[in-house]
Design a protein around this ligand. Structure first.
Ligand SMILES: Nc1ncnc2c1ncn2[C@@H]1O[C@H](COP(=O)(O)OP(=O)(O)OP(=O)(O)O)[C@@H](O)[C@H]1O
Length: 606
Protein backbone atom coordinates (compact mmCIF):
# COMPACT_ATOMS: atom_id res chain seq x y z
CA UNK A 1 0.00 0.00 0.00
CA UNK A 2 2.75 2.44 0.90
CA UNK A 3 4.70 1.74 -2.27
CA UNK A 4 1.68 2.59 -4.39
CA UNK A 5 0.90 5.55 -2.17
CA UNK A 6 4.39 6.94 -2.74
CA UNK A 7 3.90 6.45 -6.48
CA UNK A 8 0.58 8.32 -6.31
CA UNK A 9 2.29 11.24 -4.62
CA UNK A 10 4.99 11.23 -7.27
CA UNK A 11 2.65 11.36 -10.26
CA UNK A 12 -0.28 13.37 -8.92
CA UNK A 13 0.56 15.00 -5.57
CA UNK A 14 -2.62 17.08 -5.30
CA UNK A 15 -5.01 14.23 -6.13
CA UNK A 16 -3.04 11.86 -3.93
CA UNK A 17 -3.21 14.31 -1.01
CA UNK A 18 -6.96 14.80 -1.56
CA UNK A 19 -7.45 11.06 -1.75
CA UNK A 20 -5.44 10.53 1.40
CA UNK A 21 -7.31 13.31 3.17
CA UNK A 22 -10.60 11.78 2.18
CA UNK A 23 -9.55 8.34 3.40
CA UNK A 24 -8.55 9.78 6.78
CA UNK A 25 -11.69 11.94 7.07
CA UNK A 26 -13.97 9.09 6.13
CA UNK A 27 -12.48 6.77 8.76
CA UNK A 28 -12.53 9.47 11.43
CA UNK A 29 -16.19 10.19 10.64
CA UNK A 30 -17.01 6.51 10.63
CA UNK A 31 -15.43 5.99 14.09
CA UNK A 32 -17.08 9.16 15.34
CA UNK A 33 -20.46 7.87 14.15
CA UNK A 34 -19.97 4.66 16.10
CA UNK A 35 -19.01 6.66 19.16
CA UNK A 36 -21.97 9.04 18.82
CA UNK A 37 -24.45 6.19 18.33
CA UNK A 38 -23.23 4.71 21.62
CA UNK A 39 -23.48 8.07 23.38
CA UNK A 40 -27.00 8.73 22.07
CA UNK A 41 -28.33 5.27 22.91
CA UNK A 42 -26.66 5.35 26.32
CA UNK A 43 -28.12 8.75 27.11
CA UNK A 44 -31.74 7.99 26.11
CA UNK A 45 -32.95 6.30 29.36
CA UNK A 46 -31.42 9.03 31.54
CA UNK A 47 -32.91 11.82 29.41
CA UNK A 48 -36.37 10.19 29.38
CA UNK A 49 -36.32 9.58 33.11
CA UNK A 50 -34.79 13.03 33.66
CA UNK A 51 -32.30 11.44 36.04
CA UNK A 52 -29.92 13.64 37.97
CA UNK A 53 -26.55 13.77 36.22
CA UNK A 54 -28.16 12.77 32.92
CA UNK A 55 -27.88 14.97 29.83
CA UNK A 56 -30.21 17.93 29.57
CA UNK A 57 -32.58 18.01 26.62
CA UNK A 58 -30.42 20.74 25.06
CA UNK A 59 -27.20 18.74 25.38
CA UNK A 60 -28.98 15.67 24.06
CA UNK A 61 -30.17 17.69 21.05
CA UNK A 62 -26.59 18.81 20.39
CA UNK A 63 -25.50 15.16 20.53
CA UNK A 64 -28.24 14.15 18.11
CA UNK A 65 -27.30 17.01 15.76
CA UNK A 66 -23.67 15.92 15.86
CA UNK A 67 -24.77 12.39 14.99
CA UNK A 68 -26.86 13.73 12.13
CA UNK A 69 -23.97 15.89 10.79
CA UNK A 70 -21.57 12.94 10.99
CA UNK A 71 -24.11 10.85 9.13
CA UNK A 72 -24.46 13.56 6.46
CA UNK A 73 -20.70 13.87 6.05
CA UNK A 74 -20.39 10.11 5.71
CA UNK A 75 -23.14 10.12 3.06
CA UNK A 76 -21.33 12.60 0.81
CA UNK A 77 -18.05 10.73 1.10
CA UNK A 78 -18.71 8.30 -1.80
CA UNK A 79 -19.49 11.15 -4.23
CA UNK A 80 -16.38 13.06 -3.20
CA UNK A 81 -14.38 9.87 -3.45
CA UNK A 82 -15.65 9.32 -6.96
CA UNK A 83 -14.68 12.83 -8.04
CA UNK A 84 -11.19 12.64 -6.61
CA UNK A 85 -10.85 9.08 -7.88
CA UNK A 86 -11.66 10.12 -11.46
CA UNK A 87 -9.09 12.88 -11.34
CA UNK A 88 -6.50 10.54 -9.92
CA UNK A 89 -7.36 7.93 -12.56
CA UNK A 90 -6.56 10.44 -15.32
CA UNK A 91 -3.13 11.14 -13.88
CA UNK A 92 -2.48 7.46 -13.32
CA UNK A 93 -3.49 6.61 -16.86
CA UNK A 94 -1.10 9.13 -18.30
CA UNK A 95 1.76 8.19 -15.99
CA UNK A 96 1.32 4.50 -16.74
CA UNK A 97 1.24 5.04 -20.49
CA UNK A 98 4.55 6.87 -20.17
CA UNK A 99 5.98 4.43 -17.62
CA UNK A 100 5.33 1.44 -19.84
CA UNK A 101 6.28 2.86 -23.23
CA UNK A 102 9.04 5.36 -22.56
CA UNK A 103 11.69 2.91 -21.32
CA UNK A 104 11.14 0.86 -24.46
CA UNK A 105 11.05 3.81 -26.87
CA UNK A 106 13.92 5.86 -25.52
CA UNK A 107 16.88 3.59 -26.37
CA UNK A 108 18.20 4.44 -29.81
CA UNK A 109 19.14 0.81 -30.44
CA UNK A 110 16.60 -1.95 -30.91
CA UNK A 111 18.06 -5.22 -29.59
CA UNK A 112 15.99 -4.89 -26.40
CA UNK A 113 12.82 -5.05 -28.50
CA UNK A 114 13.66 -8.62 -29.46
CA UNK A 115 14.42 -9.79 -25.93
CA UNK A 116 11.58 -12.13 -24.83
CA UNK A 117 12.19 -11.42 -21.15
CA UNK A 118 11.85 -7.68 -21.69
CA UNK A 119 8.69 -8.26 -23.72
CA UNK A 120 7.31 -10.32 -20.82
CA UNK A 121 8.18 -7.66 -18.27
CA UNK A 122 6.50 -5.02 -20.41
CA UNK A 123 3.43 -7.23 -20.75
CA UNK A 124 3.25 -7.69 -16.97
CA UNK A 125 3.71 -3.96 -16.44
CA UNK A 126 0.79 -3.29 -18.80
CA UNK A 127 -1.24 -5.77 -16.81
CA UNK A 128 -4.65 -7.16 -17.59
CA UNK A 129 -7.45 -9.15 -16.01
CA UNK A 130 -7.26 -7.24 -12.72
CA UNK A 131 -3.47 -7.12 -12.54
CA UNK A 132 -3.19 -3.44 -13.45
CA UNK A 133 -1.39 -0.76 -11.45
CA UNK A 134 -4.41 1.53 -11.83
CA UNK A 135 -6.72 -0.90 -10.10
CA UNK A 136 -4.23 -1.35 -7.29
CA UNK A 137 -4.02 2.41 -6.84
CA UNK A 138 -7.80 2.76 -6.76
CA UNK A 139 -7.84 0.37 -3.80
CA UNK A 140 -5.11 2.14 -1.83
CA UNK A 141 -7.45 4.76 -0.38
CA UNK A 142 -10.04 2.12 0.50
CA UNK A 143 -7.53 -0.05 2.27
CA UNK A 144 -6.06 2.94 4.04
CA UNK A 145 -9.49 4.02 5.15
CA UNK A 146 -10.36 0.47 6.28
CA UNK A 147 -7.12 0.23 8.25
CA UNK A 148 -7.76 3.53 10.03
CA UNK A 149 -11.37 2.58 10.74
CA UNK A 150 -10.11 -0.74 12.08
CA UNK A 151 -7.70 0.95 14.47
CA UNK A 152 -10.20 3.64 15.51
CA UNK A 153 -13.01 1.17 16.09
CA UNK A 154 -10.68 -1.20 17.95
CA UNK A 155 -9.66 1.72 20.18
CA UNK A 156 -13.35 2.26 20.95
CA UNK A 157 -13.75 -1.44 21.79
CA UNK A 158 -10.70 -1.20 24.06
CA UNK A 159 -11.84 1.98 25.70
CA UNK A 160 -15.46 0.93 26.19
CA UNK A 161 -15.07 -2.78 26.77
CA UNK A 162 -11.79 -4.69 26.77
CA UNK A 163 -8.30 -3.97 25.40
CA UNK A 164 -7.33 -7.68 25.05
CA UNK A 165 -10.46 -8.29 22.95
CA UNK A 166 -9.77 -5.16 20.87
CA UNK A 167 -6.20 -6.25 20.21
CA UNK A 168 -7.39 -9.80 19.48
CA UNK A 169 -9.87 -8.52 16.88
CA UNK A 170 -7.21 -6.38 15.18
CA UNK A 171 -4.77 -9.28 15.09
CA UNK A 172 -7.41 -11.62 13.61
CA UNK A 173 -8.26 -9.06 10.91
CA UNK A 174 -4.63 -8.46 10.03
CA UNK A 175 -3.89 -12.18 9.91
CA UNK A 176 -6.82 -12.61 7.56
CA UNK A 177 -5.62 -9.83 5.29
CA UNK A 178 -2.13 -11.24 5.34
CA UNK A 179 -3.47 -14.67 4.43
CA UNK A 180 -5.46 -13.12 1.58
CA UNK A 181 -2.29 -11.47 0.30
CA UNK A 182 -0.54 -14.83 0.45
CA UNK A 183 -3.22 -16.59 -1.61
CA UNK A 184 -2.92 -13.73 -4.08
CA UNK A 185 0.82 -14.36 -4.29
CA UNK A 186 0.12 -17.77 -5.81
CA UNK A 187 -2.09 -16.15 -8.44
CA UNK A 188 0.67 -13.71 -9.29
CA UNK A 189 3.21 -16.51 -9.67
CA UNK A 190 0.89 -18.29 -12.11
CA UNK A 191 0.21 -15.04 -13.91
CA UNK A 192 3.90 -14.28 -14.31
CA UNK A 193 4.68 -17.81 -15.36
CA UNK A 194 2.30 -17.53 -18.29
CA UNK A 195 3.08 -14.14 -19.73
CA UNK A 196 4.42 -15.59 -22.95
CA UNK A 197 1.18 -17.55 -23.48
CA UNK A 198 -0.79 -14.35 -22.96
CA UNK A 199 1.37 -12.60 -25.53
CA UNK A 200 0.74 -15.40 -28.00
CA UNK A 201 -3.00 -15.10 -27.41
CA UNK A 202 -2.78 -11.37 -27.97
CA UNK A 203 -0.81 -11.90 -31.16
CA UNK A 204 -3.54 -14.15 -32.57
CA UNK A 205 -6.12 -11.56 -31.57
CA UNK A 206 -4.28 -8.63 -33.18
CA UNK A 207 -3.63 -10.60 -36.32
CA UNK A 208 -7.30 -11.38 -36.70
CA UNK A 209 -8.52 -7.93 -35.73
CA UNK A 210 -6.14 -5.50 -37.39
CA UNK A 211 -2.75 -6.64 -38.63
CA UNK A 212 -3.60 -8.99 -41.49
CA UNK A 213 -7.31 -8.78 -42.30
CA UNK A 214 -6.89 -9.61 -46.00
CA UNK A 215 -4.68 -12.67 -45.67
CA UNK A 216 -6.82 -13.97 -42.83
CA UNK A 217 -9.84 -13.98 -45.14
CA UNK A 218 -8.08 -15.22 -48.25
CA UNK A 219 -6.70 -18.19 -46.36
CA UNK A 220 -9.92 -18.68 -44.37
CA UNK A 221 -8.09 -18.34 -41.05
CA UNK A 222 -10.80 -16.48 -39.10
CA UNK A 223 -12.12 -19.45 -37.14
CA UNK A 224 -8.65 -20.90 -36.74
CA UNK A 225 -7.39 -17.69 -35.17
CA UNK A 226 -10.44 -17.35 -32.96
CA UNK A 227 -9.95 -20.92 -31.69
CA UNK A 228 -6.25 -20.30 -31.24
CA UNK A 229 -6.91 -17.09 -29.34
CA UNK A 230 -9.39 -18.77 -27.00
CA UNK A 231 -7.14 -21.83 -26.55
CA UNK A 232 -4.01 -19.78 -25.81
CA UNK A 233 -5.88 -17.45 -23.52
CA UNK A 234 -7.50 -20.32 -21.63
CA UNK A 235 -4.21 -22.18 -21.38
CA UNK A 236 -2.41 -19.09 -20.10
CA UNK A 237 -5.08 -18.25 -17.57
CA UNK A 238 -6.02 -21.73 -16.34
CA UNK A 239 -3.35 -21.79 -13.58
CA UNK A 240 -4.36 -18.26 -12.56
CA UNK A 241 -8.01 -19.27 -12.31
CA UNK A 242 -7.06 -22.40 -10.36
CA UNK A 243 -5.06 -20.31 -7.91
CA UNK A 244 -7.95 -17.86 -7.77
CA UNK A 245 -10.46 -20.65 -7.00
CA UNK A 246 -8.25 -21.89 -4.18
CA UNK A 247 -8.10 -18.30 -2.97
CA UNK A 248 -11.89 -18.01 -2.93
CA UNK A 249 -12.26 -21.23 -0.91
CA UNK A 250 -9.66 -19.90 1.50
CA UNK A 251 -11.50 -16.57 1.65
CA UNK A 252 -14.74 -18.32 2.65
CA UNK A 253 -12.90 -20.24 5.38
CA UNK A 254 -11.33 -17.02 6.59
CA UNK A 255 -14.69 -15.26 6.55
CA UNK A 256 -16.19 -17.91 8.81
CA UNK A 257 -13.26 -17.63 11.21
CA UNK A 258 -13.59 -13.87 11.26
CA UNK A 259 -17.30 -14.03 11.92
CA UNK A 260 -16.71 -16.48 14.74
CA UNK A 261 -14.18 -14.08 16.32
CA UNK A 262 -16.68 -11.23 16.19
CA UNK A 263 -19.55 -13.36 17.46
CA UNK A 264 -17.32 -14.46 20.34
CA UNK A 265 -16.51 -10.82 21.19
CA UNK A 266 -20.19 -9.83 21.10
CA UNK A 267 -21.19 -12.82 23.24
CA UNK A 268 -18.55 -11.89 25.76
CA UNK A 269 -19.83 -8.34 25.73
CA UNK A 270 -23.42 -9.57 26.22
CA UNK A 271 -22.33 -11.70 29.13
CA UNK A 272 -20.56 -8.76 30.79
CA UNK A 273 -23.58 -6.51 30.15
CA UNK A 274 -26.00 -9.01 31.67
CA UNK A 275 -23.71 -9.41 34.63
CA UNK A 276 -24.12 -5.65 35.09
CA UNK A 277 -20.41 -5.04 34.59
CA UNK A 278 -20.91 -2.56 31.72
CA UNK A 279 -23.14 0.51 31.55
CA UNK A 280 -25.49 0.92 28.59
CA UNK A 281 -23.37 3.65 26.87
CA UNK A 282 -20.37 1.35 26.76
CA UNK A 283 -22.41 -1.57 25.48
CA UNK A 284 -24.07 0.63 22.84
CA UNK A 285 -20.65 1.89 21.66
CA UNK A 286 -18.79 -1.39 21.82
CA UNK A 287 -21.34 -3.41 19.81
CA UNK A 288 -21.20 -1.23 16.65
CA UNK A 289 -17.46 -0.82 17.19
CA UNK A 290 -16.99 -4.60 17.13
CA UNK A 291 -19.13 -4.75 13.99
CA UNK A 292 -17.09 -1.90 12.44
CA UNK A 293 -13.89 -3.80 13.18
CA UNK A 294 -15.41 -6.77 11.34
CA UNK A 295 -16.39 -4.65 8.38
CA UNK A 296 -12.93 -3.15 8.17
CA UNK A 297 -11.55 -6.41 6.89
CA UNK A 298 -10.81 -5.53 3.27
CA UNK A 299 -9.46 -8.67 1.65
CA UNK A 300 -10.54 -7.45 -1.78
CA UNK A 301 -8.49 -4.24 -1.54
CA UNK A 302 -5.50 -6.20 -0.22
CA UNK A 303 -5.74 -8.51 -3.19
CA UNK A 304 -6.14 -5.74 -5.78
CA UNK A 305 -3.23 -3.82 -4.27
CA UNK A 306 -1.04 -6.90 -4.25
CA UNK A 307 -1.89 -7.56 -7.90
CA UNK A 308 -1.40 -3.90 -8.86
CA UNK A 309 1.91 -3.91 -7.03
CA UNK A 310 3.11 -6.83 -9.12
CA UNK A 311 2.46 -4.78 -12.29
CA UNK A 312 4.07 -1.75 -10.68
CA UNK A 313 7.19 -3.73 -9.82
CA UNK A 314 7.45 -4.84 -13.45
CA UNK A 315 7.10 -1.23 -14.56
CA UNK A 316 9.90 -0.21 -12.21
CA UNK A 317 12.05 -3.07 -13.44
CA UNK A 318 11.60 -2.30 -17.13
CA UNK A 319 13.99 0.68 -17.52
CA UNK A 320 16.48 -0.92 -15.13
CA UNK A 321 16.75 -4.19 -17.00
CA UNK A 322 16.93 -2.43 -20.37
CA UNK A 323 19.73 -0.17 -19.12
CA UNK A 324 21.53 -3.11 -17.55
CA UNK A 325 21.33 -5.45 -20.54
CA UNK A 326 21.55 -2.90 -23.31
CA UNK A 327 23.67 -0.04 -22.00
CA UNK A 328 24.04 2.96 -24.28
CA UNK A 329 27.61 4.27 -24.13
CA UNK A 330 27.98 7.93 -23.23
CA UNK A 331 28.52 10.01 -26.39
CA UNK A 332 31.94 11.39 -27.25
CA UNK A 333 31.52 15.12 -26.75
CA UNK A 334 34.40 15.95 -29.12
CA UNK A 335 32.64 14.76 -32.27
CA UNK A 336 30.99 17.62 -34.19
CA UNK A 337 28.10 15.55 -35.29
CA UNK A 338 26.13 17.98 -37.34
CA UNK A 339 28.82 17.86 -39.99
CA UNK A 340 29.29 14.09 -40.26
CA UNK A 341 30.28 12.46 -42.51
CA UNK A 342 32.74 14.73 -44.25
CA UNK A 343 35.24 12.04 -45.16
CA UNK A 344 33.93 8.50 -44.96
CA UNK A 345 31.86 5.89 -43.18
CA UNK A 346 33.97 2.81 -42.54
CA UNK A 347 33.07 -0.71 -41.49
CA UNK A 348 36.28 -2.02 -39.96
CA UNK A 349 36.48 -5.77 -39.52
CA UNK A 350 32.84 -5.80 -38.47
CA UNK A 351 31.17 -9.03 -37.37
CA UNK A 352 27.58 -9.19 -36.27
CA UNK A 353 25.38 -11.88 -34.80
CA UNK A 354 21.77 -11.23 -33.79
CA UNK A 355 21.18 -11.69 -30.05
CA UNK A 356 20.34 -15.34 -29.40
CA UNK A 357 21.32 -16.45 -32.95
CA UNK A 358 23.87 -19.18 -33.55
CA UNK A 359 25.73 -17.75 -36.52
CA UNK A 360 27.22 -14.46 -37.69
CA UNK A 361 25.35 -12.57 -40.39
CA UNK A 362 28.36 -10.36 -41.08
CA UNK A 363 31.86 -11.63 -40.47
CA UNK A 364 35.02 -9.51 -40.58
CA UNK A 365 33.43 -7.17 -43.06
CA UNK A 366 35.40 -4.18 -44.34
CA UNK A 367 33.66 -1.48 -46.31
CA UNK A 368 34.28 2.18 -46.95
CA UNK A 369 31.54 4.53 -48.10
CA UNK A 370 33.18 7.80 -49.08
CA UNK A 371 31.36 11.02 -48.26
CA UNK A 372 29.22 12.06 -51.21
CA UNK A 373 29.47 8.64 -52.82
CA UNK A 374 26.43 6.79 -54.19
CA UNK A 375 27.14 3.22 -53.20
CA UNK A 376 25.00 0.23 -54.09
CA UNK A 377 24.89 -3.03 -52.23
CA UNK A 378 23.71 -6.25 -53.81
CA UNK A 379 23.54 -9.82 -52.61
CA UNK A 380 21.23 -12.78 -52.40
CA UNK A 381 18.31 -13.02 -49.95
CA UNK A 382 19.58 -13.27 -46.40
CA UNK A 383 23.08 -12.07 -47.33
CA UNK A 384 22.86 -9.41 -44.62
CA UNK A 385 22.23 -6.22 -46.60
CA UNK A 386 19.44 -4.90 -44.36
CA UNK A 387 21.45 -5.95 -41.34
CA UNK A 388 24.32 -3.78 -42.55
CA UNK A 389 21.90 -0.87 -42.87
CA UNK A 390 20.68 -1.44 -39.31
CA UNK A 391 24.27 -1.31 -38.07
CA UNK A 392 24.92 1.85 -40.06
CA UNK A 393 21.87 3.47 -38.46
CA UNK A 394 23.11 2.41 -35.03
CA UNK A 395 20.12 0.14 -34.37
CA UNK A 396 22.55 -2.57 -33.22
CA UNK A 397 26.14 -2.52 -32.06
CA UNK A 398 28.57 -4.72 -34.01
CA UNK A 399 29.44 -7.92 -32.15
CA UNK A 400 33.09 -7.15 -32.95
CA UNK A 401 34.97 -4.63 -35.04
CA UNK A 402 33.76 -1.05 -35.36
CA UNK A 403 32.00 1.37 -37.61
CA UNK A 404 33.61 4.77 -37.83
CA UNK A 405 32.27 8.04 -39.14
CA UNK A 406 35.17 10.28 -40.15
CA UNK A 407 37.30 8.14 -37.87
CA UNK A 408 35.02 8.39 -34.81
CA UNK A 409 33.56 5.13 -33.54
CA UNK A 410 29.79 5.17 -34.11
CA UNK A 411 29.38 3.45 -30.74
CA UNK A 412 30.66 6.60 -29.05
CA UNK A 413 28.60 9.11 -31.03
CA UNK A 414 25.43 10.70 -29.76
CA UNK A 415 23.18 8.18 -31.44
CA UNK A 416 20.13 10.40 -31.54
CA UNK A 417 22.10 13.10 -33.37
CA UNK A 418 23.62 10.54 -35.74
CA UNK A 419 20.24 9.00 -36.52
CA UNK A 420 19.03 12.46 -37.52
CA UNK A 421 21.85 12.55 -40.03
CA UNK A 422 20.52 9.39 -41.63
CA UNK A 423 17.39 9.35 -43.80
CA UNK A 424 16.10 5.99 -44.90
CA UNK A 425 13.49 3.96 -46.63
CA UNK A 426 13.61 0.57 -44.98
CA UNK A 427 11.94 -2.51 -46.44
CA UNK A 428 9.08 -2.50 -43.94
CA UNK A 429 8.64 1.28 -44.04
CA UNK A 430 5.90 2.82 -41.94
CA UNK A 431 2.46 3.67 -43.23
CA UNK A 432 1.24 6.26 -40.74
CA UNK A 433 -2.54 6.37 -40.36
CA UNK A 434 -2.23 10.17 -40.53
CA UNK A 435 -2.79 12.89 -43.14
CA UNK A 436 -0.64 12.55 -46.27
CA UNK A 437 1.36 15.66 -45.29
CA UNK A 438 2.39 14.07 -42.02
CA UNK A 439 3.53 10.96 -43.83
CA UNK A 440 6.14 13.18 -45.50
CA UNK A 441 7.11 15.67 -42.80
CA UNK A 442 7.62 12.98 -40.17
CA UNK A 443 10.96 12.44 -41.95
CA UNK A 444 12.15 15.49 -39.99
CA UNK A 445 9.43 16.21 -37.49
CA UNK A 446 11.23 19.20 -36.01
CA UNK A 447 10.92 20.91 -39.42
CA UNK A 448 7.34 19.84 -40.03
CA UNK A 449 6.15 23.43 -40.33
CA UNK A 450 9.09 25.51 -41.39
CA UNK A 451 10.42 23.99 -44.61
CA UNK A 452 7.68 24.29 -47.25
CA UNK A 453 10.20 24.37 -50.10
CA UNK A 454 11.88 21.20 -48.89
CA UNK A 455 8.45 19.57 -48.73
CA UNK A 456 7.60 20.57 -52.33
CA UNK A 457 10.98 19.44 -53.55
CA UNK A 458 10.76 16.03 -51.86
CA UNK A 459 7.24 15.48 -53.19
CA UNK A 460 8.29 16.41 -56.69
CA UNK A 461 11.38 14.19 -56.60
CA UNK A 462 9.43 11.22 -55.29
CA UNK A 463 6.74 11.75 -57.95
CA UNK A 464 3.85 11.44 -55.50
CA UNK A 465 2.31 14.92 -55.89
CA UNK A 466 -0.31 14.03 -58.52
CA UNK A 467 -1.53 11.00 -56.59
CA UNK A 468 -2.11 12.97 -53.40
CA UNK A 469 -3.61 15.98 -55.17
CA UNK A 470 -6.28 13.63 -56.53
CA UNK A 471 -7.32 12.48 -53.02
CA UNK A 472 -10.59 13.81 -51.53
CA UNK A 473 -8.92 16.22 -49.11
CA UNK A 474 -5.62 16.37 -51.00
CA UNK A 475 -2.70 16.58 -48.54
CA UNK A 476 -5.07 16.58 -45.56
CA UNK A 477 -6.51 13.20 -46.48
CA UNK A 478 -5.98 10.65 -43.74
CA UNK A 479 -4.30 7.59 -45.16
CA UNK A 480 -6.32 5.03 -43.26
CA UNK A 481 -9.76 3.83 -44.20
CA UNK A 482 -10.83 3.26 -40.62
CA UNK A 483 -11.07 7.07 -40.18
CA UNK A 484 -13.87 9.13 -41.64
CA UNK A 485 -12.89 10.39 -45.09
CA UNK A 486 -9.75 8.24 -44.93
CA UNK A 487 -8.38 6.42 -47.97
CA UNK A 488 -5.74 3.79 -48.61
CA UNK A 489 -2.96 3.98 -51.18
CA UNK A 490 -1.52 1.27 -53.39
CA UNK A 491 1.75 -0.40 -52.41
CA UNK A 492 3.74 1.61 -54.97
CA UNK A 493 2.08 4.87 -53.95
CA UNK A 494 2.96 4.21 -50.34
CA UNK A 495 6.52 3.50 -51.37
CA UNK A 496 6.77 6.81 -53.21
CA UNK A 497 5.40 8.56 -50.15
CA UNK A 498 8.06 6.85 -48.03
CA UNK A 499 10.67 8.04 -50.55
CA UNK A 500 9.29 11.57 -50.21
CA UNK A 501 9.66 11.24 -46.44
CA UNK A 502 13.31 10.21 -46.74
CA UNK A 503 14.01 12.99 -49.25
CA UNK A 504 12.31 15.54 -47.00
CA UNK A 505 14.69 14.45 -44.25
CA UNK A 506 17.59 14.99 -46.65
CA UNK A 507 16.40 18.49 -47.55
CA UNK A 508 15.98 19.18 -43.84
CA UNK A 509 19.64 18.38 -43.22
CA UNK A 510 20.23 14.60 -43.20
CA UNK A 511 23.44 13.77 -45.02
CA UNK A 512 23.22 9.99 -45.39
CA UNK A 513 20.46 8.53 -47.52
CA UNK A 514 19.70 4.83 -47.31
CA UNK A 515 17.33 3.28 -49.80
CA UNK A 516 16.62 -0.37 -48.98
CA UNK A 517 14.63 -1.80 -51.89
CA UNK A 518 13.11 1.56 -52.88
CA UNK A 519 11.68 0.12 -56.09
CA UNK A 520 10.20 -3.12 -54.76
CA UNK A 521 6.61 -1.98 -55.29
CA UNK A 522 7.13 0.46 -58.16
CA UNK A 523 5.69 -0.06 -61.62
CA UNK A 524 7.97 0.07 -64.66
CA UNK A 525 7.43 3.79 -65.24
CA UNK A 526 8.01 4.78 -61.65
CA UNK A 527 11.09 2.57 -61.49
CA UNK A 528 12.47 4.14 -64.68
CA UNK A 529 11.85 7.57 -63.19
CA UNK A 530 13.71 6.61 -60.02
CA UNK A 531 16.62 5.20 -62.02
CA UNK A 532 16.81 8.34 -64.16
CA UNK A 533 16.87 10.62 -61.15
CA UNK A 534 18.85 8.42 -58.82
CA UNK A 535 22.15 10.29 -59.13
CA UNK A 536 20.35 13.62 -58.93
CA UNK A 537 18.47 12.57 -55.81
CA UNK A 538 21.63 11.43 -54.13
CA UNK A 539 23.89 14.28 -55.18
CA UNK A 540 25.32 16.10 -52.20
CA UNK A 541 24.65 13.24 -49.80
CA UNK A 542 26.34 9.98 -48.98
CA UNK A 543 24.00 7.26 -50.11
CA UNK A 544 23.57 3.54 -49.92
CA UNK A 545 21.08 1.82 -52.16
CA UNK A 546 20.06 -1.82 -51.92
CA UNK A 547 18.07 -3.50 -54.62
CA UNK A 548 17.60 -6.83 -56.31
CA UNK A 549 16.77 -4.92 -59.49
CA UNK A 550 20.01 -4.31 -61.32
CA UNK A 551 18.53 -1.48 -63.34
CA UNK A 552 18.24 0.42 -60.08
CA UNK A 553 21.81 -0.09 -58.91
CA UNK A 554 23.78 0.01 -62.15
CA UNK A 555 24.28 3.79 -62.15
CA UNK A 556 25.72 3.90 -58.64
CA UNK A 557 29.27 5.26 -58.34
CA UNK A 558 30.29 1.93 -56.93
CA UNK A 559 28.56 -1.40 -56.41
CA UNK A 560 29.53 -3.86 -53.66
CA UNK A 561 28.52 -7.48 -53.56
CA UNK A 562 27.81 -8.89 -50.11
CA UNK A 563 28.22 -12.61 -49.72
CA UNK A 564 29.06 -14.90 -46.88
CA UNK A 565 29.08 -11.99 -44.45
CA UNK A 566 31.63 -9.84 -46.27
CA UNK A 567 32.15 -7.71 -49.36
CA UNK A 568 33.40 -10.00 -52.10
CA UNK A 569 33.32 -7.64 -55.09
CA UNK A 570 33.46 -3.91 -55.51
CA UNK A 571 33.54 -1.64 -58.55
CA UNK A 572 31.41 0.17 -61.09
CA UNK A 573 28.80 -1.72 -63.08
CA UNK A 574 31.13 -2.01 -66.05
CA UNK A 575 34.09 -3.04 -63.92
CA UNK A 576 32.08 -5.75 -62.23
CA UNK A 577 30.74 -7.08 -65.52
CA UNK A 578 34.27 -7.16 -66.76
CA UNK A 579 35.33 -9.14 -63.69
CA UNK A 580 32.69 -11.68 -64.63
CA UNK A 581 32.24 -12.70 -61.04
CA UNK A 582 29.12 -12.97 -58.90
CA UNK A 583 27.73 -9.62 -59.91
CA UNK A 584 28.08 -10.44 -63.58
CA UNK A 585 26.42 -13.83 -63.07
CA UNK A 586 23.50 -12.35 -61.16
CA UNK A 587 23.15 -9.52 -63.65
CA UNK A 588 23.10 -11.84 -66.63
CA UNK A 589 20.64 -14.16 -64.94
CA UNK A 590 18.23 -11.30 -64.42
CA UNK A 591 18.83 -9.74 -67.81
CA UNK A 592 18.25 -13.07 -69.60
CA UNK A 593 14.71 -13.14 -68.31
CA UNK A 594 13.96 -9.85 -70.05
CA UNK A 595 15.50 -10.81 -73.38
CA UNK A 596 13.05 -12.14 -75.90
CA UNK A 597 13.34 -13.63 -79.37
CA UNK A 598 16.39 -12.53 -81.21
CA UNK A 599 17.55 -9.92 -78.68
CA UNK A 600 21.13 -10.43 -77.62
CA UNK A 601 22.75 -9.84 -74.29
CA UNK A 602 25.64 -7.44 -74.15
CA UNK A 603 28.74 -9.55 -74.48
CA UNK A 604 30.55 -9.93 -71.17
CA UNK A 605 34.29 -10.15 -71.24
CA UNK A 606 36.03 -13.04 -69.55
N1 LIG B 1 16.00 -9.48 -36.02
C1 LIG B 1 16.64 -10.59 -36.40
N2 LIG B 1 16.98 -11.54 -35.49
C2 LIG B 1 17.64 -12.64 -35.86
N3 LIG B 1 18.02 -12.90 -37.13
C3 LIG B 1 17.71 -12.00 -38.07
C4 LIG B 1 17.00 -10.80 -37.77
N4 LIG B 1 16.83 -10.10 -38.91
C5 LIG B 1 17.41 -10.80 -39.88
N5 LIG B 1 17.93 -11.94 -39.37
C6 LIG B 1 18.71 -12.94 -40.13
O1 LIG B 1 19.84 -12.31 -40.65
C7 LIG B 1 20.12 -12.76 -41.96
C8 LIG B 1 20.30 -11.57 -42.90
O2 LIG B 1 19.06 -10.88 -42.98
P1 LIG B 1 18.94 -9.52 -43.78
O3 LIG B 1 17.55 -9.06 -43.63
O4 LIG B 1 20.02 -8.60 -43.39
O5 LIG B 1 19.19 -10.04 -45.26
P2 LIG B 1 19.06 -9.26 -46.64
O6 LIG B 1 20.35 -9.42 -47.34
O7 LIG B 1 18.59 -7.87 -46.42
O8 LIG B 1 17.94 -10.15 -47.33
P3 LIG B 1 16.81 -9.77 -48.38
O9 LIG B 1 17.47 -9.60 -49.71
O10 LIG B 1 15.94 -10.96 -48.35
O11 LIG B 1 16.15 -8.52 -47.91
C9 LIG B 1 18.99 -13.68 -42.35
O12 LIG B 1 19.45 -15.00 -42.27
C10 LIG B 1 17.93 -13.44 -41.31
O13 LIG B 1 17.26 -14.62 -40.98
Amino acid sequence: MFTLLRYMFRIAPASAAASLGLAVTSSVVSVLLTYLVGQVVGAVPGVIANEPGALTMGAFSVLLTALFVAFLVESVMPSLDQMIGLNLDNHVHRALAIGITEPVLVPRRIAHLEDPEIKDIQERAKGKAGFQVGRGIRNVRWLLSSRLTLLGSAALVGQMFSWPIAIGLVVVTLIMEYYRAMTCEREIDSWWGNTEGQRQAEYAFNLGMKDAPKEIRVFGLGQYLLDRYVAKWTEAFRPVWQARRRGVVAAIGIGVFHLAAQAGAILWLGRSALAGELPLTQVATAVPAILAVGMSYNGWAVMMIRRGLSAYQSMELLPKIIAERYPEPAPDARARQNELPRKAIRFENVSFRYPGADHDVLSNLDLEIRAGEALALVGVNGAGKSTLVKLLGGAYLPTSGRITIDGVDLATLDLEAWQRRVAAIVQDFLRFPLPATDNVVLGAVEHAEDLPDAFDEAVREAGIGEVVEALPAKWDTILDKTYEGGVDLSGGEWQRLALARALFAVHAGASVLVLDEPAAALDVRAEARLVERYLDLTSGVTSLIISHRFSVVRDAHRICVLDDGRIVESGTHDELLAQNGRYATMFRLQAERYVTGDEELEPVDG
